[in-house]
Design a protein around this ligand. Structure first.
Ligand code: FES
Length: 222
């Protein structure tokens, strides 16, 4: 109690029902808890929607842009040969094209050229070129071409494929050869892969049987 009999300015008043009602309708200074909660939930939902939209767009973008998932022009025979000058591409060695995630090779290396045409099965014999999807059919590792054997060797579990992707029966766990992309060679010799159209690789063939090329050396690279 004050010695001078002065009442404190903010002396609490009795909370009558009328006072409570007035407080409820009174404009809250700053931001109310309810509004803060609504704003936070709204912002969270907005962020989630943005992420979903961005993810969907980035998934579809390659198709729209002609990247992996759609048609990819990889160049003519000479373009690939010049881009891989250190590798014997014209002798049938598989070369890698990152943009298409594919290994590309001549089917018949005695004819160092592509032939005009289209092949939706990806076999490529008529066009004299084949394009293999980079994923090993076992568990998806990327096999590497071996310069000694010309074969593709999967380092993960030891599957071996000849240079055109035929699986060597009994060597490694892959159940089929490497998968192939549909392809087309136009009148100017330009090779285009349809990376959205994949044909599964053929069943394995035992070494020494027709349909699989023998390795060019007794030992591989791995
Ligand atoms: S992923 Fe290639 S052999 Fe297993």
């Amino acid at each position: 109690m004050s010695h001078y009999g002065v009442e404190p300015a903010d002396k609490p008043k009795a909370l009558t029902s009328q006072a409570i009602k007035a407080l409820r309708h009174e404009e809250v200074k700053g931001i109310s808890r309810r509004r803060l909660l609504r704003t936070t939930i709204g912002a969270g939902f907005g962020l989630w929607l943005l992420e979903v939209t961005a993810g969907t767009l980035s998934f579809l973008w390659p198709n729209l842009e002609g990247g992996f998932g759609g048609k990819v022009s990889v160049g003519t025979f000479d373009t690939l040969k010049n881009q891989n000058a250190a590798l014997p591409f014209s002798e049938g060695y598989p070369v890698y094209v990152q943009e298409a995630r594919a290994f590309i090779m001549l089917v018949d290396p005695t004819r160092p050229e592509f032939s005009v045409g289209e092949d939706s099965t990806g076999d490529g014999t008529a066009l004299n070129v084949r394009a293999l999807y980079q994923r090993c059919p076992h568990l998806g590792c990327k096999p590497n071409p071996c310069i000694k054997t010309y074969w593709l060797e999967c380092a993960c579990h030891g599957s071996r494929f000849d240079r055109v992707g035929t699986k060597a029966d009994g060597i490694g766990p892959a159940a089929r050869g490497m998968d192939r992309f549909a392809l087309q060679v136009d009148d100017d010799g330009l090779l285009t892969l349809d990376t959205g159209k994949i044909t599964l690789g053929a069943p394995p063939i035992a070494l020494g049987q027709p349909g699989i090329e023998a390795p060019r050396a007794a030992t591989g690279c791995i």
